[in-house]
Ligand binder design. Structure first.
Ligand code: NAD
Ligand code: DAU
Length: 372
């Protein structure tokens, strides 16, 4: 088992990163080290999602007394900014990177691909290159007790027909600017492993859902639209299929790879839980209606079939037998349980929702950190 001391979490203020930090610090996953969260706080990142962590574990790295006890630090900045990333590595003596930071929404990548190429490709390159230099031994080799874990997606594999699954050996076939950038970053990670000996692991996960997800993605968008009586926009015929995994299950898999994964290997993570979008929506309508006292028939009446997403991948389905077999991971949260927890969270966190949707939060970031 690896002993991980100073973990740089990139994108730790986004949906999966926030949940990762909560899980690691609050659920005693045999972790006693420090977390350094490096995030640019784009529209998708929210430092307030970690206010409780900051309070319980936070500290000022320049304060010598605080340093010994504090286990959580926040660094605001861009992964493309090499000098900044280098300074963070040196300041905290980083030995582990778990790289979540990315532009992550497919529809936005269709509207404006540039930010996706910058962050997902150039940002990953910058991190890899800084790690390679920082972890260099005096003889030019790279220390092997460090680790770079890259978080990727099943979208790099392209689109499935009615049958079959993505395995770790499925050839890459990305079809959106988002997945093309992620595929490129995956290739860079493996190239750094093979060429320079960088100790790296990689995971490709299916669709996550759970608390703190920005309400532009299917599940939180639909929950909030139902509560507000707005139309429920279904792309195309609604029969595209996704494989859903609860965010905590994903993060436990990431942690298992970070502790026990073999460098140079990639691992698929999925929920073994395929749903047509329209059937998922039907289930969600039942849960939300019951909890919020709505009439499900009326809510169903607000479903609106809209123009399809260009290049919309038809079906994703992950074969995650490798991580189950080799690392003993398995999904723990059933879809019903996960959806119920998610709906409860969105029902009781209206302040979080209002602040990110009103733009108030971005104004707060600008006031506190300056315009980027
Ligand atoms: P998200 O969009 O919710 O969060 C991304 C975070 O990265 C935000 O906090 C944002 O501020 C930060 N960020 C963006 N650009 C940055 C930059 N240049 N420098 C520093 N920080 C920056 O994304 P998410 O859903 O939490 O996804 C996290 C990772 O997991 C991504 O790499 C994504 O590709 C991957 N992934 C997501 C899913 C999913 O269903 N959400 C599934 C599989 C893989
Ligand atoms: O598969 C992993 C990927 O899952 C991650 O890599 C991405 O970061 C993440 O955003 C997600 O991508 P998707 O495109 O699958 O997720 P999204 O929530 O945008 O859409 C899920 C499905 O629902 C997809 O088939 C499109 C459809 N959809 C989505 C929205 C937002 C609708 O029908 N209506 C909508 O309004």
């Amino acid at each position: 088992m690896r002993t991980l001391k100073n973990i740089l979490v990139t994108g730790g203020a986004g949906f999966i990163g926030v949940n990762f930090i909560h899980t690691l610090l609050e659920k005693s996953l045999e972790f006693t080290g420090r977390i350094i969260n490096l995030d640019a706080l784009t529209y998708a990142g929210n430092a307030a999602s970690l206010a409780d962590i900051e309070k319980q574990f936070g500290g000022n790295p320049t304060d010598k007394t605080g340093l010994s006890k504090a286990r959580y630090f926040f660094e605001h900045g861009d992964i493309c900014d090499r000098a900044f990333v280098e300074s963070v590595f040196a300041k905290y003596d980083i030995d582990t990177v778990v790289h979540f930071a990315a532009e992550s929404h497919v529809d936005r990548s269709i509207l404006g691909p540039e930010a996706f190429i910058k962050t997902n490709v150039m940002g990953t390159f910058t991190l890899l290159d800084v790690a390679r230099n920082y972890w260099k031994n005096t003889d030019g080799t790279i220390r092997q007790d460090a680790l770079f874990h890259h978080i990727s997606t099943d979208e790099v594999y392209g689109s499935l027909g009615d049958t079959g699954y993505f395995t770790e050996g499925t050839p890459y076939d990305p079809r959106s600017p988002y997945s093309a950038g992620k595929a490129s970053s995956d290739h860079l990670v493996m190239a750094y492993h093979h060429t320079y000996g960088l100790p790296a692991t990689l995971s490709n996960c299916s669709n996550n859902y759970g608390p703190y997800q920005f309400p532009e993605k299917l599940i939180p968008l639909m929950i909030l639209n139902m509560l507000e009586g707005k139309p429920l926009p279904v792309y195309g015929d609604g029969k595209n299929i996704r494989d859903w995994v609860y965010v905590e299950d994903h993060n436990r898999a990431v942690w298992a790879i970070m502790q026990h994964g073999v460098t140079g290997e990639k691992y698929n993570i999925g929920g073994e839980n395929e749903w047509e979008n329209i059937k998922l929506l039907d289930t969600l309508i039942n849960i939300v209606s019951k909890k919020a006292g709505l009439d499900p028939a009326k809510v169903r009446g607000t479903i609106a079939y809209v123009k399809d997403r260009p290049g919309h991948d038809r079906r994703y389905a992950i074969d995650c037998s490798k991580i189950k077999r080799e690392l003993g991971w398995k999904r723990e949260v059933s879809f019903e349980e996960g959806l119920t927890r998610t709906v409860d969270w969105y029902l009781s966190n209206t302040e979080w929702i209002n602040s990110i949707r009103s733009g108030e939060y971005q104004k707060w970031v600008e006031r506190n950190y300056g315009k980027r």
